[in-house]
Each structure stands twice: as structure tokens, then as C-alpha cells.
Design a protein. Sequence first.
Length: 277
Amino acid sequence: MQPAPRDTATLPRPTSLSEVKGWFHSPDQVLFDWFLTRQRDQSQQGDLLEIGAYLGKSAIFTGRYLRPGERFTVCDLFDSPAGDDANSREMDRSYATLTRRAFEANYLSFHDELPDIVQGPSSVITDHVAAESCRFIHVDASHLYEHVHGDIAAARDLITDDGILVLDDFRAEHCPGVAAATWGAVATTGLRPLCITATKFYGTWGDAYDAVHADLAVMLAGRDDMWHGAEQVAGDPMIRISGRKARLPEQPVSRHPGTETGPAPRKGRLRALLGQR
């Protein structure tokens, strides 16, 4: 027998981004904000894509940078069974409490509308997102090499000429498959590393690497809360960043009571949208 669906009242109602469960550290929030704001200022066109969402923390943050006429797609298994035994074991071990309804409740606590949700394995993403359409892609899905390798290959097909690719957990000791796939892509596909933090890799296949790298170095030089240093990697001056004391950029504002600023909750809006999927 399937368990009864949880009532909307039991779903999360975060009053701030920090209350959303998940891992999205301050230096990465700074970098997401910088890359996405730079794209806006440069009038760079394209959609947004997140592969692997957990409970929506980084998706909520990224969704703030969506512009009119653009599309934000989120792909995750959520409650669906994984496509193979190894991935099923990983899901059972790491994400046993993950549900689509919890993601939706979290996201709608900060945004009026949900992103386009693809519930399924990341291997289907190219069936739902147009080639060369995404200016910013964040991959934080499976930690298994074959899946990450496939996610990077899909990202290369889906990204715009000067789009930014972000890969999570590329240096975590429990995720050697992510590291192998990440550096393998640098070595064999022309993916150029712009910078790394303790948890995420930022790179591009685009010809604008030099301009983006130069602007990033200027931004970092002007901050006193983030250490950075340069390393030559595969012929490129990749920047290493440490920012444990990094000042957070402007945060998404929740619509729930307890938020100091922002619009009052819209009666029935959250319940209605959750019931529409």
C-alpha cells in the first residue's frame, strides 16, 4: 500500500533561505550571484538549468535571476525510482526523505511560480531542453562517474557558447566519480576551469573565458572576505577560492510570516499551486 499523501500543512514553510535544508555555502552564493548578475549586465541570453535539486535551496536562489521570456528547468528523480541498482542504493542512502512536494513547497515559499520540473533521471534532460539554450547550468545530481560523465556531456549540448557550467562535489572524498568526470572533461572536451571553491567547480567551453576570468579576478581582488589564488590547470589560470567568512549576497525573500521584509503571504496561493501539478 502506498503511504497517504502528506497534507499541505505539514510541508516546509521556510521563512528564510537558511531554513531550507541542503548545502549551498556562502562563497558559492557569492559566485552564483556574480556570474548570473554579470550575464544580466552583459545582456547574455539563455535559459537556466539545474540537474539535481534536493529540496530546492540552490534552485530558489537561482530562480531570482530568471528574466522574462526565459525558462528555468529543474531535473530530479524526486520520488521516482532510479534507473539502475547502483543509483537506487545511492538515493536510498543519501536522499531517503526527498520528495517533490517538499521541493515545491520550499520553492513556492519564495517564488510565485514553479520552474519547469522534469521528474526523472538526468539522462532524459536533452529530451526536454533545447540544444544550446542554457546560459547557466548547475549539476548536483548523482555522484556516480557514469552518470556525471553523462550529465557533463548533456550540459555541453545544452549550453550556450559562453554559458557557465557548475559542478558540485567535484572534490569531496566520498565522490571520486565526480572528480574523475570533472577533470576528465577538462582534459578531453575543452572545458576550461574558471574557478573552484571547497565544493563546486565553475567552467566554460566558451571563447569568452579570458574576459570572464579577468572580471572575476577583479571582483575577488576587491573583496576582503574571500581569499583567492591562481593555479595553472591544463594551460588555464584557474582561481582557487576560500570564503568561509564570505558575506552573503542579497537573499531571496520568503512570503511566510516571520520574514522581516517582503510581501505578505497570499492566502491560498501556495496550497493552490501545489495542487496543480
